[in-house]
Design a binder for this molecule. Structure first.
Ligand code: F6P
Length: 336
């Protein structure tokens, strides 16, 4: 009987549970055995696992987090980790390993493949949406929704005080969350990797200051800056200090942080996770290997794991341009 192992790894993402559920149901449909390893790759290193059947995945798809727990596993970057993980998979006579995670998790999967003969399949599970080969990753829609609702609330209090807010969003080193959330909330400024060079923030700061001054002097309105994490040297507090020092602008900082990773998955994420989970098991039955299952448009597709990690997925350039050229033009025009 074919035996599939499953784990969730790296930053958890809302919808991981829905993917686990779909994989387990599909395994039962195909009469495959399915076992889940706990705590990401650590479960393979420590041989920590349980058999998964229908009974284990009832009533989980509406919850964030992951019933298999998750973790980062630095040992997978060392020579010993992947070998040990391979031994555990051999011991359990696993035919295929499905990993739900982001690019670090997929790199671990590639490292493991050098020591193991079974099939490896990745499912894109990260709020960052930074994997090529799938329009969206599992968890991205929920993170954008959560951050959007949070900034709508911040906007109320910002409006009341005609205040400047710097709101930091997650995304690691990509601006998918920043741009989606910035556009969805009508942010006056979006500072992200696509439109700001962290090595030379002076032009952005000067532009920002004049835009804020226009807003405060002419429009008497709030000003929300959506800032991508890991972008501005010194982070949002440094930006706040620079606004104060260089232009006497008072601002409030809100770091949304891990709130974006939690909560009940949005329907889009539940559906994406279900489709990708079912397709991952189909891929096992087709003997596919070293692939990630993604969805582009309405088409499910298998892409090489290496491409998913290395090809890069830029933020929609039309959105970047539209925000700067059209949606905030009134601020730029006033400030010239
Ligand atoms: O990759 C998901 C993510 O939430 C990133 O957006 C963020 O940079 C990182 O993980 C945070 O990691 P940790 O939870 O380990 O602090």
């Amino acid at each position: 009987m074919t035996k599939i192992a499953l784990l969730t790894s790296g930053g958890d993402a809302p919808g991981m549970n829905a993917a686990i559920r779909a994989i387990v149901h599909s395994c039962q449909h195909h009469q495959y055995e399915c076992i889940g390893f706990f705590h990401g790759y650590n479960g393979l290193l420590n041989d920590e696992w349980q058999a998964l059947t229908h009974a284990d995945v009832g009533n989980i798809l509406q919850f964030g987090g992951t019933i298999l727990k998750s973790a980062r596993c630095p040992a997978m970057c060392l020579p010993k980790g992947p070998k040990q993980a391979a031994n555990t998979l051999r011991k359990h006579q696993i035919d295929a390993l499905i990993v739900i995670g982001g690019d670090g998790s997929f790199r671990g999967l590639e490292a493991l493949k050098a020591h193991w003969e079974g099939q490896i399949i990745g499912l894109p599970g990260t709020i960052d949406n930074d994997l090529a080969g799938s329009d969206n990753t599992i968890g991205f829609a929920t993170a954008v929704t959560t951050a959007t609702h949070a900034i709508d609330k911040i906007r109320d209090t910002a409006n009341a005080f005609e205040r400047v807010f710097i709101v930091e969003v997650m995304g690691r080193h990509s601006g998918h969350i920043a741009f989606n959330v910035g556009l969805a909330t009508g942010a006056e400024a979006i500072l992200s990797f696509e439109n700001c060079d962290p090595a030379d923030t002076a032009p952005q700061l000067a532009r920002l200051i004049s835009q804020i001054q226009v807003q405060q002097q002419h429009n008497h309105d709030s000003f929300v800056i959506v800032l991508a994490e890991n972008l501005w040297p010194g982070g949002p507090q440094a930006l706040k200090a620079q606004l104060a020092e260089q232009a006497g602008i008072d601002s409030a900082v809100c770091v949304l942080g891990h709130i974006q990773r939690g909560g009940s998955p949005a329907p889009e994420d539940r559906l994406l996770a279900t489709e990708l989970g079912l397709e991952a098991v189909n891929a096992v039955s087709r003997n596919q290997d070293r692939i990630m299952i993604g969805k582009q448009g309405s088409t499910l597709q298998a892409v090489p794991l290496s491409g998913a990690i290395n090809d890069g997925k830029p933020v929609n350039g039309r959105w970047v341009a539209a925000h700067e050229d059209v949606l905030t033009e009134y601020l730029i025009k006033h400030s010239e």
